[in-house]
Every structure is written in structure tokens, then in C-alpha cells.
Design a protein around this ligand. Structure first.
Ligand code: GAL
Length: 645
């Protein structure tokens, strides 16, 4: 395991560079990431390149054996570029150029911006592409599938539609544009979703395609950068750092041409008071590992209190700096780079705290980081190990977009049921993969398929095959609702999955922030929220019933034998205990060994390889916990990680 830091030499007086690098080396830092916002320091005016400072700092790290991840600085083009080419800044939903700010607001399609971006990337990669200290490249920073409304982007959107559909008639059919006289008769009538018009009035089929286009457009920008880097820096790894942003790209396609996934990991510093809230980043980490189904990096890891964009958060509690980093390791991160070495003294982010405070005096958090680095030095056995899972949860960006486009009921969001199932399986000591629905299902025993709202016929066929051959499939409410174009399917829900579930939805009730009483077949009570699919079980066995409202006594959850396999259908959204019970039931049916009786928030995962299994036990809460595991009493401090061979 390697620990690194994000460093901004351009923020600091040169006199600090060597002491900083010395302290990094002494502390055990193995890798630094630099450069992602420093374009104005590399090209202070058009065509005048000043890389000497970068040569110097790379050399300082190289002399100390610290590896460098260099970033392309295209997230913040210098102001001279915007001055010369005002069109390079994005156009907002109101059709007007957004105010020229500081970062992240360049238009991915603007020809002038792209010309300068290509040139700076080419210069950088030509200069450092073969430098032995530079081990990897990060493209830009936290790219989003931005919506830009400039003429060029509108043209690109129309081009994307032409390639997908060929004719205007085909678009009209795909979107069902006969509603509200929405039929296009020329390409010029196709406009992006401007802000002043209520988005809820726009056709959801059109909106889904607009989101898909925005993602593809961002990916094209990633490809452009990747090609230049690969040409000048063959043999070096290429990545980009992602997070769960507002305009999420399709992560699977984003990383298709890249070497590894890197994720910016900022778990909460304040543990929620509500015991029902899912806050563990174990879920996010598994989703990141699942993108390429291989180990990944944390490119930015929590190091201090967060602030700037919102008022400051609480400082990480004792144990969090080390515990959260090791949690990332337990879920497949091999390198964890902390954001940032020292808190900035200027700029908008001066209160997004680093490992060192403004005073530059190592404090509690830094000492814990030192301890983390020392622990990392002892973890060589983990190199080359990976996470192997019997269970996979399917995630799809089409579903993500569609639920944002049409929120189904108050309080419902796509990730929730994925997270609840994830927590349930992790709390039974199971590794969980979160994967693309296009990925192979061959190595799994249990597939959790929450809210398969948008239907991809190939996935439907493969899920049928998986169950028929003996697998366990767990489907939930809002599955089979829409076709690939985000139009409703004219069949009884869950439509394409109905034969597998052996039950159908007689009627549904979106109860939003209301509740419904539930009762397991053995009489245990539970509470449901958000949504009630009132089920009619045909061949399926009801295992949970509604216990209030006008459908009291009707099934809420069913289990069906489908050929050699089993299919669950979960018609409501329950308390965590619903998911815990279902996970245990599915594991028992699948004959997969699991741990029973772990306290809430204890997460047990396993990495294996080189003929060994390494177990990670993480106490992801602020209480000490005592419990029995394999006949021994385990006592865990808050946020403590135990690693056992
Ligand atoms: C990340 C971003 C960093 C920094 C950090 C703290 O999302 O990549 O550049 O802004 O958040 O706000």
C-alpha cells in the first residue's frame, strides 16, 4: 500500500519546497500529485512556456525517491485565454455566457480552448513523458458531464442525435413526440433544455438522451487528452479523478481507455444521529473498484475539516484519518493520496483543511497520518491481492439519470436501495462488487438489481439466464418500468421481469415521506417508506406483508423459484433490518458462508491473492465495540481497522 499527498508547489514560497519534501520523505509519503490547476504558471502568456519551476520540483521529489503523478492543467485555463476567446467559457441554461470565474467552466467543444489545451498537454507530456519520476498522468480534474448551451454544443448534440437515429422521424418515434405537439420537423428545432422552461414539462426521453450525450461529450474530451499523453508518454499510466457530482458521467465508459480508476474520497466527519442513515463510504469505494473491476487509487483523501463551498464541517475525529484510508484499502484501493499536504493560506479553499494547518506545525491529524504511513510500510503482503465477491449489485447511469429527470416520490433516490443492500451484505462479512449491468455475471452467486427502471433487453436476457442456471436475483420496485428510450412499457409491472418474479404489481402507491407498517411472515414488524408495490403473488411465496393502509395483508416482498434459481421482489423501501434479513436469507439459500451477529457499522471484507486471505475488520462508528468473531472476543476503538492474515 502506498500513501501519497496532493501538493501545490505554485501556492508556496520556494523556500518551503525542500523542507516539505524532506518531511514527506521522513513521514513515509511515496507519491505526490501536482499540477492540475497550474496552467497560468506553465504558460503565463500565450505561447510563453515556463516549465522550469516544474522541472525543479519534480527533481526535488525524484531525489527523495518520491513518485510524481502529473496532471494536465486544463481544468482552469488562464484568464488571458478567456480574454482572447470569450466563447471558450461555457454558456449557461439561460443561453448567456457564465461569468468568467476561476475553475471548471471551460467548454469541452470550444475550438480555441481545445487548440490551447492540446498544445499545453503536448508540451507537458513531451517534456515529462519519459521522466522516470513521473509514474502516471491525471487528466484534468473531477470532470463532470457539463451542460453547455453554446451554439457549438447545440451543434454537437444534434450531430450526436443524427448518428444515433439517422432521421427526424426516428427521433419522433423514439421519444413519442406526438404528445403536446412535440414533433420535430427539422433538426434546427432540437434545442437543449434551457433553464427558464420548467424541466418537468420536457419529454423524459429527450432528457435522458441529453444526459447521455453530455456524458459522451465529456468522454470524447478524455479521449482527446489520452491520445496526446499516450503518444508522448508511452508506458505511463493514465487516469482521471472522479467523484459523485451533480452531472455524473457514465463512469464505465469514461474509464474504458484509461488504466485505472481514481476517486476523491471525502467520507463524513460527522456521524449522523439517525441510526438508519447509510453513511459508509464502503459503498462508494466498491462502486469505484467495480468500474474497471480492478483495484483503484484514491487521488484525494480526507485530511481535515471541509469548508469553502459550504460552512466548515467538523474536524475528522481521532481515528478517522487513518481508519478511512485503511477502509479504502479494505475495499481495493492500493494507493491513497491525501488532499492536501497543507491547508492553503489564500484562495477560495483556504478552509478546506489539509494534513498540516496554516501554522505549518504538525498537529493531531498529522501525527495520525504519520502513523498511517508507518502502518502502510508493514502491509507489503497486501500487494497483488484483490477482492473477490460472490455478490454483485448492478449500477447504471441510465437509471441514475432517469430518476433525477423524474423523481418518483418524495425522498426516493436511486442510490438508497443499492446502499442498503450493500450495507446488509458487508455487515455479514461479505465482499460486494458494484458493477455495470453490461458486465459479465458469470462469477457471482447473488445479483442485487435495485430499481432497474430503464430496460436494456440484453441485460434482461442475461438476468433470466443467470437465475435459470441457479443464481439468486434480488429485484426491487421500479424495475421494468421504462424501455430504453425512457417510455413506459405497456405491461403489468415488473413487465419484462414478471415471469422471473412470479408476482406482479396490482397497483402501486407512492407514499413519499409517509410510512407503512410491514410484517415478516414470522410476525416481526418493520416499517416501509416511499413506495408500496401492492403485489399479487402467482407462483411466488410472499415473505413480507403490508400491515396497514388499504392493502393491509397484501404481499410487499416475494420470493420465487425460477427454474434452478431464486428471484426476490422487494416492493417497498424498508428499514435497514429488512435488507439485513433479506441478505441473510439469500446467503443461506445460496449456501455462501457468512458472518452472523456483527454489530451495526462493523464492516468485514477480505482481500486475497498470493495464496493468502487477508481479513479487514473496520469499526465505522464513534463507539467502542465488542463482539465475538470466530470464537475470540474483538474489542475495537472508534474507526479502528484490524487487519488479520
Ligand atoms: C475536490 C477537488 C479539489 C478540491 C477539493 C476540496 O473535489 O478535486 O481540487 O477542490 O475537492 O474542495
Amino acid at each position: 500500500m502506498r500513501i501519497g499527498v496532493d501538493y501545490y508547489p505554485e501556492h508556496w514560497d520556494r523556500s518551503l519546497w525542500i523542507p516539505d519534501a524532506n518531511l514527506m520523505k521522513k513521514t513515509g509519503v511515496k507519491v505526490v500529485r501536482i499540477g492540475e490547476f497550474a496552467w497560468s504558471r506553465m504558460e503565463p502568456e500565450e505561447g510563453r512556456f515556463t516549465f522550469e519551476w516544474l522541472d525543479e520540483i519534480i527533481e526535488i521529489f525524484a531525489e527523495r525517491g518520491i513518485d510524481v503523478v502529473l496532471c494536465t492543467p486544463t481544468s482552469c485555463p488562464p484568464l488571458w485565454l478567456y480574454e482572447a476567446f470569450p466563447e471558450a467559457v461555457q454558456t449557461g441554461r439561460d443561453g448567456r455566457k457564465i461569468a468568467t470565474g476561476i475553475r471548471g467552466h471551460r467548454c469541452y467543444n470550444n475550438r480555441d480552448f481545445l487548440r490551447y489545451a492540446r498544445r499545453i498537454i503536448d508540451r507537458m507530456t513531451a517534456r515529462y513523458g519519459q521522466n522516470p519520476a513521473v509514474i502516471a498522468w491525471q487528466i484534468d480534474n473531477e470532470l463532470e458531464a457539463n451542460f453547455c448551451f453554446c451554439e457549438t454544443c447545440i451543434g454537437e448534440f444534434r450531430k450526436w442525435l443524427k448518428e444515433k437515429y439517422g432521421t427526424i422521424d426516428a427521433i419522433n418515434r423514439a421519444y413519442g413526440n406526438n404528445v403536446w405537439s412535440g414533433e420535430y420537423s427539422s433538426w434546427d428545432q432540437i434545442l437543449p433544455p434551457y433553464g427558464s422552461y420548467p424541466h418537468a414539462w420536457l419529454n423524459p426521453s429527450f432528457m435522458l438522451d441529453f444526459n447521455r450525450y453530455a456524458s459522451d461529450n465529456m468522454i470524447q474530451y478524455v479521449k482527446m487528452q489520452t491520445e496526446i499523453i499516450r503518444k508522448n508518454s508511452p508506458g505511463r499510466q493514465v487516469t482521471t479523478n472522479v467523484w459523485f457530482c451533480e452531472n455524473m458521467p457514465d463512469f464505465y465508459r469514461t474509464f474504458e481507455g484509461l488504466d485505472f480508476v481514481s476517486y476523491d474520497n471525502y467520507p463524513t466527519t460527522k456521524i449522523p444521529a439517525d441510526p438508519e442513515e447509510c453513511y459508509s463510504h464502503g459503498f462508494h469505494l466498491d462502486l469505484m473498484r467495480g468500474i474497471k473491476q480492478q483495484n483503484f487509487w484514491i487521488m484525494e483523501e480526507l485530511s481535515g475539516g471541509k469548508g469553502c463551498w459550504a460552512p466548515m464541517s467538523e474536524m475528522p475525529q481521532p481515528g478517522m484519518i487513518k481508519g478511512y484510508s485503511l477502509q479504502a484499502l479494505a475495499h481495493g484501493a492500493d494507493t491513497v493520496v491525501h488532499f492536501r499536504w497543507r491547508s492553503a493560506v489564500s484562495g477560495a479553499e483556504m478552509f478546506w483543511h489539509g494534513l498540516l494547518d496554516h501554522s505549518n506545525v504538525p498537529g493531531r491529524r498529522f501525527l495520525e497520518f504519520e502513523d498511517l504511513c508507518a502502518t502502510a510500510e508493514t502491509l507489503d503482503a497486501i500487494d497483488g491481492t484483490e477482492i473477490i465477491s460472490d455478490i454483485a449489485i448492478l449500477y447504471s447511469s441510465d437509471n441514475e439519470y432517469s430518476f433525477k429527470i423524474q423523481p418518483q416520490t418524495r425522498g426516493m433516490y436511486y442510490m438508497e436501495q443499492l446502499q442498503r443492500f450493500h450495507q446488509a451484505f458487508t455487515n455479514h462479512g461479505k465482499n460486494v462488487d458494484i458493477i455495470d449491468h453490461h458486465a459479465s455475471f458469470a462469477s457471482y452467486r447473488i445479483l442485487v438489481v435495485p430499481q432497474m427502471y430503464i430496460t436494456d433487453p440484453d441485460t434482461v436476457a442475461r438476468l433470466h439466464r443467470f437465475a435459470a442456471e441457479g443464481g439468486i436475483v434480488i429485484l426491487t420496485n421500479r424495475s421494468g418500468v421504462k424501455d430504453e428510450n425512457n417510455k413506459c412499457i405497456m405491461e403489468q409491472l415488473p413487465t419484462v421481469y414478471r415471469d422471473m418474479t412470479g408476482a406482479y404489481v396490482e397497483e402501486y402507491n407512492p407514499i413519499g415521506d409517509g410510512t407503512v407498517s410491514l410484517k415478516f411472515a414470522d410476525g416481526e414488524a418493520c416499517t416501509g417508506r416511499q413506495w408500496c408495490d401492492i403485489l399479487c403473488a402467482q407462483t411466488a411465496e410472499p415473505v413480507v406483508f403490508y400491515d396497514s393502509r388499504f392493502y393491509q395483508g397484501k404481499p410487499a416482498v416475494t420470493v420465487n423459484a425460477y427454474e434452478k434459481g431464486t428471484v426476490y421482489y422487494v416492493g417497498t423501501v424498508g428499514e435497514q433490518k429488512l435488507y439485513n434479513r433479506l441478505a441473510k436469507d439469500a446467503l443461506t439459500r445460496a449456501n455462501v458462508p457468512f458472518l452472523d451477529g456483527l454489530p451495526a457499522h462493523v464492516e468485514v471484507t477480505t482481500r486475497s491473492g498470493n495464496g493468502r486471505e487477508i481479513q479487514f475488520i473496520f469499526n465505522n462508528c464513534e463507539q467502542e465495540q465488542r463482539f465475538e468473531l470466530d470464537g475470540t472476543e474483538i474489542v475495537m476503538e472508534p474507526f479502528e481497522m484490524k487487519i488479520r492474515n
